[in-house]
Design a binder for this molecule. Structure first.
Ligand SMILES: C[C@H](N)C(=O)N[C@@H](Cc1c[nH]cn1)C(=O)O
Ligand SMILES: [Zn+2]
Ligand SMILES: [Zn+2]
Length: 474
C-alpha cells in the first residue's frame, strides 16, 4: 500500500515541488564564477534548511580553499545528511550537486536563466532545472512525501551533496576516502541522479561515464594589449600562435590529432556490438537535441559509440580575446585557450596529460615564435563502468516499470561525474545512475529545462526505487 499512497501524494503535491525547484533555481550557484561563490554557499544553506525541516540530521563539511588563478577562494561545503538510522534496513547513498554551469541572458536564453518559467508545453525552464537541482530536489520530495504521509522510509538515506561538480569536484575525493569507514561506513549501494535519458520518451539506467581532462593553453606576448595598426606585422601575436596550436588538436570530423590518444582505447567486442541494437534512439533524437542535422556520423550506432566509448576533444573558448560587439583593433597581449578531452576505458588521465603536454609543446616550438606558452591540466576525472546486472539495477528497472510502464534502456553517458568512480573504489559498492531528465534538456546550454512530467514522474521513480531496493538481496 505504501507505494500507491506515495505516488498519489507526489501527483497531488506537484505544484509544491515545482515551487521548491523555483526557489532553488533562483539561487545562481555558479561554481566556476568567483563572483557567484556566495550564491553557491547560499544554495548549500537552502538545502541544509530543507533537509533539517524534514527531520534529517545534517552536517556540512568545509573543504578548505581553492587556488583560483593565484587567489584563494573558499570551497563550498559538502552537505552530508542522514535520514533514518535503522540497522535492519539497507543504507542508500544519494549523491548530487547543487552548483550549476554559468548562464547569462546574453548567451541567448529566451528568459532569465535564474527565474524558473513553465512554458505552454509544461517545460520547467531555468539553469540547473535538469542538471542537477531538479534531481536533487526529487530525493528531498521523496523524503517529504513519506514524512507527511506518516510512512516509514524503506531504507536509510545518506546524502552527499557537493557544490563544485561543474568545476572539477575539488576536495571531494579526499573526503570520500577519509569518510569511507566513517560517514559512509554502512552504505550498501550508491545512487546518482545526474544524467539524462538517451532520447525524449524512454527512461534508462546508466552504467558508464566518460572521464574528462580540462586544459588551459596560455600564450603570452607583449607587455600590454597593442594597437594592431601600429604593431601588426611587426611582432609575434599571441592569438595567432594560440590558433595555430589549437587548430592542430582535432580535425573537423572529430578525430583527435594528439599522437597516442587512441592507443589505450579498449577494443569493441561482439558483446558490446549487440547492446546498441535494442536502444530506443534515432537520429531524429540527436537532431532534436542539437537543433539541426550537423551530425558527423551517419548512423545511430556510431553516434552512440562516439558519445560513449571513444574519446572526443572539444574547444571551449579563449580567455583574454576580444569578443564584444564592435570592431576593436587590438592585439591581445595574453590569451588562454580552453579545451577538454572526454576519456574512455582504458585511458589514464595522467598519461593523457603527458601526451597532450608533449604534443602542444612540440607544435608550439614548430612555430618559431618568441612568445611564451604554458599548457596546464586544470582538472581531470576518470571514466567509469559498472555492472548493470547488479541487484541495485534490477531494483531500479522494477521501479521504472512501475512508474513508466516500460523496461528501461541500459545506457552509457558521454558526460562525466568524476566522483562516481571514487565512490565505487572507496566504498567497494555498486553505483547506479538513475536519470530524471530527457536527452533534449539542454544541460550546460541555453534554455535548460526539465519537463514537469519528468520532475514529477522522476520523483515517483526515486521513491519507488527505494522501496524496490529495500527488497532485493545484495
Ligand atoms: C553529467 C553531469 N551532469 C555533468 O554535467 N558533468 C560535467 C562535469 C564537469 C567536468 N568538468 C566540468 N564539469 C560534465 O560532464 O561536463
Ligand atoms: Zn553539468
Ligand atoms: Zn550534473
Amino acid at each position: 500500500m505504501a507505494v500507491p499512497e506515495f505516488m498519489e501524494y507526489v501527483e497531488k503535491h506537484q505544484n509544491d515541488f515545482v515551487e521548491r525547484l523555483r526557489k532553488a533555481v533562483a539561487i545562481p550557484s555558479v561554481s566556476g564564477d568567483p563572483n557567484h561563490r556566495p550564491d553557491v554557499f547560499r544554495m548549500s544553506e537552502f538545502l541544509v534548511n530543507e533537509l533539517k525541516a524534514l527531520g534529517a540530521s545534517v552536517e556540512t563539511r568545509d573543504l578548505g580553499k581553492q587556488d583560483f588563478h593565484g587567489t584563494p577562494l573558499d570551497l563550498p561545503p559538502v552537505v552530508l545528511a542522514t535520514v533514518g538510522n535503522d540497522p535492519a534496513k539497507k543504507t542508500i547513498l544519494v549523491y548530487g550537486h547543487y552548483d550549476v554551469q554559468p548562464a547569462l541572458k546574453e548567451d541567448g536564453w529566451a528568459t532569465d536563466p535564474f527565474v524558473l518559467v513553465e512554458d505552454d508545453k509544461q517545460r520547467l525552464i531555468g539553469r540547473g532545472s535538469s542538471d542537477d537541482k531538479g534531481p536533487v530536489l526529487g530525493w528531498i520530495n521523496v523524503v517529504e512525501a513519506h514524512k507527511n504521509l506518516g510512512l516509514e522510509l524503506p531504507v536509510n538515506i545518506k546524502f552527499c551533496l557537493e557544490g563544485m561538480e561543474e568545476s572539477g569536484s575539488e576536495g571531494l575525493d579526499d573526503l570520500i576516502y577519509q569518510e569511507a569507514g566513517e560517514y559512509f561506513k554502512d552504505v550498501d549501494a550508491v545512487t546518482i541522479s545526474d544524467n539524462y535519458w538517451l532520447g525524449t520518451t524512454k527512461p534508462c539506467l546508466t552504467y558508464g561515464l566518460r572521464g574528462v581532462s580540462y586544459f588551459h593553453l596560455t600564450v603570452k606576448g607583449p607587455a600590454a594589449d597593442l594597437h594592431s595598426g601600429v604593431f601588426g606585422g611587426t611582432i609575434h601575436e599571441p592569438m595567432t600562435d594560440l590558433f595555430a596550436v589549437m587548430s592542430k588538436l582535432v580535425q573537423p570530423d572529430g578525430k583527435i590529432l594528439v599522437p597516442g590518444v587512441y592507443d589505450q582505447v579498449r577494443a569493441v567486442t561482439d558483446e558490446e556490438e549487440a547492446t546498441y541494437a535494442t536502444l530506443d534512439f534515432k537520429l531524429d533524437d540527436l537532431h532534436g537535441a542539437v537543433g539541426n542535422k550537423t551530425n558527423i556520423h551517419p548512423d545511430v550506432k556510431s553516434v552512440l559509440q562516439h558519445r560513449w566509448r571513444y574519446p572526443s576533444l572539444s574547444l571551449h573558448g579563449v580567455e583574454g580575446a576580444f569578443y564584444n560587439p564592435g570592431d576593436k583593433t587590438v592585439i591581445p597581449a595574453k590569451v588562454t585557450g580552453k579545451f577538454s578531452i572526454r576519456s574512455v576505458p582504458d585511458m589514464e588521465p595522467k598519461k593523457l596529460t603527458e601526451l597532450v603536454k608533449k604534443y602542444v609543446n612540440d607544435e608550439f616550438n614548430k612555430l618559431g615564435s618568441k612568445n611564451t606558452m604554458v599548457i596546464e591540466c586544470s582538472h581531470d576525472g576518470n571514466h567509469w563502468l559498472a555492472s548493470p546486472n547488479h541487484p541495485n539495477y534490477v531494483a531500479a528497472a522494477k521501479a521504472t516499470e512501475t512508474v513508466y510502464k516500460v523496461k528501461p534502456d541500459l545506457t552509457r553517458e558521454g558526460g562525466s561525474i568524476p566522483v562516481t568512480l571514487s565512490f565505487q573504489d572507496a566504498l567497494q559498492k555498486n553505483v547506479l545512475l538513475l536519470p530524471m531528465g530527457r536527452g533534449d534538456d539542454g544541460a550546460h546550454s541555453i534554455n535548460e529545462k526539465l519537463d514537469r512530467s519528468n520532475y514529477i514522474q522522476g520523483t515517483k521513480l526515486l521513491g519507488v526505487y527505494l522501496h524496490e531496493v529495500s527488497k532485493v538481496e545484495f
